[in-house]
Design a protein around this ligand. Sequence first.
Ligand code: NAD
Ligand code: LMR
Length: 332
Amino acid sequence: MEESCVLKRTDCRAKGGAPGFKVAILGAAGGIGQPLAMLMKMNPLVSVLHLYDVVNAPGVTADISHMDTGAVVRGFLGQPQLESALTGMDLVIIPAGVPRKPGMTRDDLFKINAGIVRTLCEGVAKCCPNAIVNLISNPVNSTVPIAAEVFKKAGTYDPKRLLGVTMLDVVRANTFVAEVLGLDPREVDVPVVGGHAGVTILPLLSQAKPPSSFTPEETEYLTKRIQDGGTEVVQAKAGAGSATLSMAYAAVKFADACLRGLRGDAGVVECAFIASEVTELPFFATKVRLGRRGAEEVYQLGPLNEYERVGLQKAKKELAESIQKGISFIRK
Ligand SMILES: NC(=O)c1ccc[n+]([C@@H]2O[C@H](COP(=O)([O-])OP(=O)(O)OC[C@H]3O[C@@H](n4cnc5c(N)ncnc54)[C@H](O)[C@@H]3O)[C@@H](O)[C@H]2O)c1
Ligand SMILES: O=C(O)C[C@H](O)C(=O)O
């Protein structure tokens, strides 16, 4: 699928250093991957977009490449082309892997997705060890520790550059809180900490912006709805997968923040699941400041109310097990 530069001035343009960043999407032909590829092709910060999958990458690439935006798009199909897909990338976004069906937990995906994430991260370690990695594949609470162990083994681990994507939890929290408050969701900002599964998803409603108070019933309703947002979509899709469109939106919002950080913009702050000393756990999602070297600052939790303190204990218990499961998968 890679073609010579001789006849294609577009390739030469990319190689000639058009301003912007080089981004790869691994799992680009999937439910998330396709709309994510489309939205990244529309992002003016992207100069080169590599689309990798084990199926259907040529079709998605041909389709996306006709969009008249700046990024040059190239497709890569199957393991033999993984290294070409990754070489020279600044940002690698990974939505590869199987999604849930009704009745499954995210942890039920571990068996298949753990191996997929390991293989892809071995490629990252070899071909673009300095890239920022945005890991979407579930269970995020375990796949991020898996990726960290792969990078440690390869001697390339930089905790600032490995980010588990929990942006969809923030997007949902903003939407559901705005509904309750009767506001435009764009005016709302709710930090969501912990991890990305069930009770590990901990919205901090007490820190919502604009500052708002909630009744105990509203707090219970909102916390549960945010924690179960993924399941709500899985059930509505009734066997046809999990969130893809809202996830692609959230992934692009997060990737754009990472690219603005890489560009050197000041004050870029988002939530992510990352190596952390905020709690006794080795990984935890909190707000982080994104800069030229990735997550340059990991913020503390800030003041919690009693409801959130109880939620934090529950979150940490489940998170500890999921993190250990990921670590053991590589160290076994
Ligand atoms: N972090 C989050 O908030 C979040 C949100 C939604 C979904 N997810 C997760 O994202 C993953 C993908 O979801 P989806 O709906 O796009 O699934 P999907 O099945 O529609 O797409 C997954 C894609 O990954 C590809 N793939 C499989 N193995 C691969 C490999 N070894 N290398 C490259 N590509 C490979 C498949 O061919 C497919 O195109 C799931 O694990 C899902 O649970 C995470
Ligand atoms: O719920 C899922 O399985 C997918 C994703 O993690 C989500 O939150 O939508």
